[in-house]
Design a protein around this ligand. Structure first.
Ligand SMILES: Nc1ncnc2c1ncn2[C@@H]1O[C@H](COP(=O)(O)OP(=O)(O)OP(=O)(O)O)[C@@H](O)[C@H]1O
Ligand SMILES: [Mg+2]
Length: 409
């Protein structure tokens, strides 16, 4: 996968940017607050239509432009996928709504000039992101890990985003109905319609997650073996909230050392089991007014030699596990889509010791295109810098396209 051209309009601090990108590593160098991360954010947005920095898309629209009555932040990528050229355009439209100076943000996506639903275009352009805040995947709450799974799977499994969106809509409707049954009573059989959709879509999501976690685990474990010189063993423990193969009661204390093999499960078994479980929980869920099982409550834990890294991991252990996971994600996407994803690294070198830096750079050398940001070129070896394209980012502009490589001693 090769991003050949990127143009931005009123995106973050870029009023206007037009750049051609080469087929190799691009080092974006600059002082703080110049726009390095925003550039990576723009590319990642084309892959996932969401920001890795904020949950509020309106923050992406240039704030000077946003003072106008109507403002449109725009990201356009021209890229090659499987040898054919495509153009993907994301529009962030900040437009007036109602009487009282309110504004709302609307997203539009055009693939090759044709407007398409977001869920159909996610993953047309693939990117894997390395950022310091990815430690949240291990250290943050379970919603961080679900978000990670969703973004990774949505980019790789064509129907994932649509299925997730249908699941989420059915979930809100079902929760609204549970609340209504709780407050005003009524026939619980009304739930059957939503149970069906939830079981159908939910089973599909669980099955995809089982497969993905198991494949990612195999790849990540090998990389982790290499990074730790086999001193520790990495495990990814997927814990679905509706578990088609629950852990036997009384064996909770064994759970870290006894991986559960869910690979033989079929879609129909999971769906029927999920539907049955929802029915069994009906009374309790009406009393609580929410749906208590399903992929929206899934967990994924990371273990090193049997210890849960979220609870007990040292900073270094967590970084090594994440690096392994992220490198595995690159290989996994390549295997699934036949394309190298674009690799985006934001200030990651600064966090790593020398040998990890070398490991990472050697690994990334295999990919087709890598965009890296740094405030300090000295974090990279002279060989790497001389082979990369080095650009200076300054106040929302790329000011020199060829950086004189003299300061790297
Ligand atoms: N919507 C927006 N409109 C205009 N400017 C914005 C907007 N959002 C953020 N900025 C500004 O854009 C600048 C660039 O931010 P960015 O995070 O890309 O910098 P950076 O080069 O990665 O810096 P650092 O080295 O500190 O990470 C910052 O000054 C930020 O305040
Ligand atoms: Mg930054």
């Amino acid at each position: 996968m090769l991003l050949k051209h990127l143009s931005l309009t009123d995106f973050r601090n870029f009023a206007r940017l037009d750049i051609d990108l080469p087929r190799r590593a691009v080092l974006l160098v600059g002082s703080n607050a110049q726009g390095k991360t925003s550039l990576l954010e723009a590319v990642y947005f084309l892959a996932t239509f969401t920001s890795f920095q904020t949950h509020s898309d309106r923050q992406l629209v240039n704030f000077v432009a946003a003072k106008e009555n109507l403002a449109v932040g725009r990201i356009v990528g021209e890229y090659q996928r499987n040898g054919s050229s495509h153009r993907l355009e994301a529009r962030l439209i900040l437009e007036p709504v109602g009487m009282a100076n309110g504004k709302r943000l609307r997203k539009e996506v055009l693939l090759d000039g044709v407007k398409r639903p977001l869920s159909e275009v996610v993953g047309h352009l693939n990117a894997v992101l390395f950022v310091p805040q990815m430690s949240q995947i291990i250290e943050g709450g379970p919603e961080e890990r679900r978000r990670y799974l969703n973004l990774t799977l949505a980019q790789t499994v064509p129907a994932y985003a649509r299925t997730l969106s249908e699941y989420s809509q059915a979930l809100s409707q079902r929760n609204a109905l549970l609340k209504q049954l709780n407050e005003r009573g009524g026939d619980p059989e009304q739930l059957a319609y939503w149970d069906e959709i939830l079981a159908e879509r939910g089973a599909q999501l669980v099955l995809w997650r089982i497969q993905a976690v198991s494949e990612l685990e195999t790849l990540a474990k090998n990389i982790h073996d290499h990074l730790t010189r086999k001193n520790e063993t990495l495990r990814l423990d997927y814990q679905p909230a509706y578990d088609p193969l629950p852990r036997p009661p009384g064996q909770m204390d064994l759970r870290f050392d006894t991986p559960i093999d869910r690979s033989g499960l079929g879609l129909n078994d999971i769906r029927d089991g999920f539907r049955k479980a929802l029915r069994g929980l009906r009374r309790e869920e009406i009393a609580r007014g929410v749906t208590t099982i399903g992929p929206h409550r899934d967990e994924l834990r990371f273990l090193a030699t049997g210890r849960d890294l979220g609870d007990y991991g040292s900073r270094g252990q967590i970084r090594t596990a994440l690096l392994s996971l992220k490198m595995a994600e690159v290989d996994w996407m390549k295997a699934k889509t036949g394309q190298w994803p674009i690799i985006l690294l934001d200030e990651v070198m600064a966090e790593l010791d020398l040998s990890r830096r070398a490991d990472l750079l050697a690994y990334l050398g295999r990919a087709e295109q890598v965009l890296l940001t740094t405030t300090d070129l000295n974090l990279f070896t002279p060989e790497f810098v001389s082979q990369a394209e080095v650009w200076r980012v300054q106040a929302g502009k790329i000011v020199s396209e060829q950086w004189p490589v003299t300061s790297n001693q």
